[in-house]
Design a binder for this molecule. Structure first.
Ligand SMILES: C[S@@+](CC[C@H](N)C(=O)[O-])C[C@H]1O[C@@H](n2cnc3c(N)ncnc32)[C@H](O)[C@@H]1O
Length: 237
């Protein structure tokens, strides 16, 4: 049954197994865009990435990943421009010399568990007084390792919102809407409250992913308030 793929109680880390168990890992930013383009109904991403490359530095966070996507974002999107970036993963998946090279390009990996409040505090400490222009997460089966209840999502979305710059963007893979609703996550009312506040978002309730067709949802949220573009959402949720 689909619900069993997104356990109510998250799977816990098996330290000996973890490094190799993921079928999708070390992806490039281009790989991420294949997914995130699916939720980008208004084709905002090209313009957003152009603006990102003019930041000094661009501040970017990638949750549930090591440095692969950040490394290629730096090379292909920012063309080697100034970057302050943090990936958050159970363990850094790479060699120590790669880690040192990444650091010299402004890319760090925080090893921690996103189920632990200490990890979120470390992310906030890393940001210090800065805000992130882009926060992304394409966890795929990593989503089996975080809870699927509303309280967790509400608290983490609140943190992510506070970490985001005024012109920042959130790109998050989620369990599909069917699972979220089954677990009592008040998705419809959350999305309605974004609309009421004129916060731009797009939500894709489920798509057949490259993870053997397993269904995931996608949320794109831009902190820049927009005053149009919400009326057509009702039919898509
Ligand atoms: C399927 S891989 C996806 C990696 C990357 N985002 C990509 O698309 O290539 C899932 C990743 O999530 C990480 N992960 C899973 N649960 C986590 C947790 N609770 N805290 C931190 N990282 C976690 C795993 O270590 C793994 O690197």
């Amino acid at each position: 049954m689909a619900g069993e793929l997104f356990p109510r109680i998250p799977y816990t880390l098996d330290r000996f197994f973890d490094r190799s168990c993921w079928t999708i890992k070390g992806s490039t930013f281009r790989n991420y865009l294949i997914d995130f383009a699916k939720v980008d109904a208004d084709d905002l991403l090209p313009g957003f990435l152009k603006r990102l490359s003019s930041k000094n530095p661009a501040v970017v966070i990638d949750l549930m990943a090591s440095n692969g996507a950040l490394r290629t974002l730096h090379r292909d999107v920012l063309r080697g421009g100034p970057l302050k970036a943090l990936s958050v993963d159970y363990q850094f998946k790479g060699r120590e010399d790669e880690r040192r090279l990444d650091l010299s390009h402004g890319i760090e990996c925080l090893e921690g568990d996103l189920n632990h409040i200490a990890t979120w505090r470390k992310i906030e400490q890393w940001l210090s007084s800065q805000k992130a222009h882009l926060i992304m997460e394409r966890g795929y089966a990593g989503l089996d390792h975080i809870p699927t209840y509303g309280k967790y999502f509400r608290s983490k979305l609140g943190r992510l919102w506070r970490m985001l710059a005024d012109d920042g963007m959130l790109l998050l893979q989620t369990p599909p809407a069917t699972i979220l609703k089954e677990r009592g996550v008040p998705l419809d009312s959350w999305l309605r409250s974004l609309e009421d506040r004129k916060i731009y978002y797009r939500f894709l309730s489920g798509y057949d992913s490259m993870d053997a067709g397993r269904k995931y949802g996608l949320l794109m949220l831009s902190k820049t308030p927009r005053h149009t573009g919400f009326s057509d959402m009702a039919g898509r949720l």
